[in-house]
Ligand binder design. Sequence first.
Ligand code: MN
Length: 491
Amino acid sequence: MPFDGTLDFVRALEADGELRRVTVAVDPVLEMTAIADRLVKSGGPAVLFEDAVASKFSVAIGMYGSDKRMALALGVTSLDEAAKRIADLVALPSTMPPTMLGKAMLLPGLAKIGRDAAPRIVGKGRCQDIVWQGDDIKLTALPVLKCWPLDGGRFITLPMVFTKDPVTGNRNVGMYRVQVYDDKTAGMHWQRHKVGSRHHADYEAQNKPIPVAVALGGDPCYAYAATAPLPDGIDEMAFAGFLRKKPVDMVKCKTVDIEVPADCDFVLEGYVAPGERRIEGPFGDHTGFYTLEEPYPVFHLTAITMRSDAVYPATIVGRPPMEDGWLGKATERLFLPLVRLFVPEIIDYNLPVEGTFHHVAIVKIRKRFPGHARKVMHALWGLGQMMFSKIIIVVDESVDVQNLGEVLWAVSNNIDPQRDTEFVMGPIDVLDHAARVMGYGSKMGIDATRKLPEEGFNREWPPVIEMSPDVQAKADALLEQLGLMPGNGQK
Ligand SMILES: [Mn+2]
């Protein structure tokens, strides 16, 4: 069931026992995040801070911070349900030959999302109940968080940044943090590999300002869609419409030629001028380290609009596990069918939160030929944002990739490090502080599959130890009888 704004979602979370209201005064500078950090790491609830120091707006934080909350935000009972709908959408029709061409023709299967769930333009929206223009624009009136002690200021942490391609007019929505400089200016953290950054570069090449709208809140599935690694040209708002099974109603902004979801809580309208840069950061980032000061484009506000019942939505990133872990796991599950469209031998994968999602990918394949694991590594290094995978570990189908202990057992036993590692150069996430230069460096693949003779293994591969099934069944029956059987599905 789609939600009508953040307050509607807050009430649903509260009714489900997933959110606590806090009525005492709490400061958006460090205090809210100190509380949120403790809660998210201990399985605590989301929080609505009703009395934010120095702001009249309430702050909702942690709204995606559990399996249940994440599923509720996407309007499903489990992430597998949403993944199944995507798998069905991109399923290869049995009449089509399984050639690369056949699959490439299906890519517009993603575009089918657009046809079925295309956003609609409507004349009026709650996000424009209140309009601040000219001298009324006061970005500092919002309860924007300062998250960590060394942060360079206050940062909007759940922004949906709307821009358009200057040539095609195609919309992009991305989540790029926004640093508040003053009432009318902010830093726009457009990392160079992201589509928003490309739009900006294309406008800048023509020496033109790029219109921008930063939306906050609305149906909680919008913010998830803004984080999803959709290919350039696929509309995040159509994806959101597909997820919530209802097209997104959009309204035109008051001062820029951009449309935003009508039910958003806040919209910051404005532009980024060509050629202008200002120091952004430091910011305590999702890697668990600060990203340091760097020059980034500057966002000039021309209006702020909002709902009359607007709630400011926020999250905190930092040393994992954090709330973004649940957003990332949603993407891991929802995008597995799309990854398999290109690399069908992948049975499952795990992007562990401790690996901050793109540092480590553990991949399970059904190995069929020499070099198969390396083929899969290179396919992933060429596939969208999977290109950032700094370490790819490939294991056989018998290994449970979701069990990190089992993965370590397989890796440590099955590799000859010199023979079974692959090093390549390529693009690296700009947040990776260890790369030799920002955004470029080496990656490592570890082939932890069982080796074939052609791969330089000329002895006999030993069998894995397993009890014979008939003896095990007898032993289990005896354990049951003695009341010693480990409980509930555990082996
Ligand atoms: Mn995009």
